[in-house]
Design a protein around this ligand. Structure first.
Ligand SMILES: [Zn+2]
Length: 423
C-alpha cells in the first residue's frame, strides 16, 4: 500500500540547520560534569534488564529548561531505552554545553524484562484522574509501577518555574514513517513541528490515561514520538535523532554546538520519506477482547483508506471504515486495546488560521458571534447553530481545541478540555 502524499509540515520549509531557533542565548560551557548513569550503558540485548527507572541525568549546572525523556512505557518497545542510553553516553563523551537539565527514565521495568507490552494494564493508559485516584492498593502491577515513576518525576519537576519538556519514545507494531503525537497546544506544536516527520494532533481526545495527557494537562510540553516499527532497523536511531533535535528546539542546546543536531535532522527527514504533514486524529477503534480482533494484514501507518473499506474482523463481524482518511497504529501485536486510529490531514491554511485565532484568544470571544452560545455553567462547551454560523465551523472549532462535537437538538455542541486550547 502506498503512502499518502502529505504536504510539508508547517515548520519544515525553513528548517534543517535552523535548529537553533528558540534557544535562549548561548550557554557558556561550564566545568566538566560527566553524565551520571551513562557508564551503565548496556550491551544490546532484546530485553532491557533494569533495576530502576532512572536511566541517567545530564546537567552542567547551566540554567535552562528541564527535559524529561521517557522510554519503555511499553515493555515490547525497548528501542527508546537503548536510544536514551546512547544519548546519555554521547552527551558525556561530547560534553555538549547543555543549558538546563536532562533526566531520562525507563517506564515499565518488569514488562521490559519480559518483553511483554504490559503485565496487568497498559502502562500508558493508567494516568487518568480516575485511575490515579485508585492508587496502588488495587493489586494492579502497573499502578504500583506508576507510583514509583511518578514520585521520581514529581521530585524532578517540583519548583520548576517554566514548562518541562517531556518526550515519550514509543514504537509501533506496523511499519511506516516515524511520527509525533501531541495534544494540540501551541507549545507542543513548536517542538513537534520542528521534527521533520508527520505530526498527529488530537491525542487528548482519543486516548485516555496516557502519560503525556497527564503532564500536558498540567501545562507542560508533552510530545510523543513513534520511532518506527518495534525493533526495526532504524527505530533506535530515529529515537536518538528525535531526542537530539528536541534538546535543540526545546532551548537546551545551540545548534552550532551540536553536530548531532544536523545529522539527526537529516536522519529523521530520511526516515520520514519526505512525509511531514499534520494529521488530525478523528477516530479510535476500541478492542474489547484482543483474541477476537484481527486487523487485515498489510497496513502501515498513514496508508489511505476509504469509507467502506474492510479494515479488520472482530467477533466474527467485518469492521469497515466509516470515513475516508489515513490509518494509524493498526494493531499487529498480541496485547492492546487500540485496534486502529483514523486520521485526516489538516491543511496548513487551517493551522495558520488557528494559531492566529489562539494568539488572539478568539475562543473566549466566540460566544459574541452570531449563532454561537456558551452552554450555561460549562466554560468549555459551546452550542453552535449551523444555520447561522455555517462556514468551516467544524474546522475552526477543532483547531481552537474544541475537538469533540455532537449534534444536540439541531445544533452542534463543541467541547474541549479545560484550559487546554489557550496554550
Ligand atoms: Zn508504545
Amino acid at each position: 500500500m502506498k503512502h499518502s502524499s502529505l504536504p510539508p509540515n508547517p515548520a519544515s520549509n525553513a528548517r534543517g540547520p535552523a535548529l537553533a531557533a528558540g534557544v535562549a542565548g548561548n550557554c557558556a560551557p561550564a566545568g566538566s560534569v560527566p553524565a551520571q548513569g551513562a557508564a551503565g550503558t548496556q550491551t544490546r540485548a532484546s530485553r532491557p534488564d533494569l533495576q530502576e527507572h532512572l536511566l541517567g541525568t545530564y546537567d552542567r549546572g547551566q540554567p535552562g529548561p528541564l527535559f524529561i525523556f521517557v522510554g519503555g512505557m511499553h515493555g515490547n518497545e525497548p528501542d527508546g531505552i537503548w536510544a536514551l542510553q546512547d544519548l546519555l553516553a554521547d552527551l558525556a563523551r561530547s560534553q555538549a554545553p547543555l543549558c538546563g537539565r536532562l533526566v531520562c527514565f525507563a517506564g515499565n521495568l518488569e514488562a521490559l524484562r519480559r518483553g511483554d507490552r504490559y503485565i496487568d494494564r497498559d502502562f500508558n493508559r493508567v494516568w487518568s484522574e480516575a485511575d490515579l485516584a485508585r492508587g496502588a492498593e488495587s493489586g494492579i502491577h502497573e499502578f504500583e509501577v506508576r507510583a514509583g515513576l511518578l514520585a521520581q518525576i514529581e521530585s524532578e519537576i517540583r519548583g520548576v518555574k517554566q514548562p518541562v519538556v517531556f518526550l515519550d519514545l514509543h514504537s509501533t507494531s506496523a511499519g511506516g514513517s516515524p511520527f509525533s503525537i501531541i495534544g494540540d497546544t501551541r507549545q507542543n506544536r513548536r517542538i513537534a513541528f520542528a521534527l521533520p516527520v508527520p505530526v498527529i494532533l488530537g491525542l487528548e481526545e482519543n486516548v485516555d490515561g496516557a502519560l503525556l495527557g497527564y503532564f500536558g494537562e498540567r501545562g507542560h510540553i508533552a510530545v510523543g514520538f513513534e520511532g518506527g516499527q518495534h525493533q526495526g532497523a532504524d527505530t533506535r536511531d530515529n529515537h536518538l535523532a528525535a531526542a537530539w533535535v528536541t534538546l535543540v528546539t526545546g532551548g537546551g542546546l545551540v545548534g552550532k554546538h551540536t553536530p548531532q543536531g544536523k545529522v539527526s535532522f537529516d536522519q529523521l527527514r530520511k526516515a520520514g520519506h519526505g512525509l511531514a504533514g499534520v494529521v488530525e486524529m478523528r477516530y479510535r477503534h476500541h478492542v474489547h477482547v484482543r483474541e477476537e480482533f484481527e486487523m487485515v494484514q498489510g497496513f502501515t501507518n498513514f496508508d489511505p483508506v476509504h469509507a467502506g473499506q474492510l479494515l479488520a474482523h472482530e467477533s466474527g463481524q467485518e469492521i469497515r471504515s466509516d470515513q475516508d482518511g489515513l490509518i494509524l497504529l493498526p494493531l499487529y501485536q498480541g496485547q492492546g486495546q487500540d485496534g486502529y486510529f483514523l486520521g485526516r490531514e489538516v491543511r496548513r491554511f487551517w493551522l495558520r488560521i488557528s494559531t492566529g485565532l489562539r494568539v488572539l484568544q478568539v475562543g473566549k470571544l466566540a460566544p459574541l458571534l452570531p449563532g454561537i452560545q456558551r452552554v450555561q455553567g460549562e466554560d468549555d462547551t459551546l452550542d453552535v447553530n449551523p444555520k447561522i454560523a455555517r462556514w468551516w465551523v467544524v474546522e475552526i472549532f477543532h483547531l481552537l481545541g474544541y475537538r469533540k462535537h455532537e449534534p444536540v437538538e439541531g445544533r452542534l455542541r463543541f467541547s474541549r478540555r479545560k484550559s487546554w486550547a489557550s496554550r
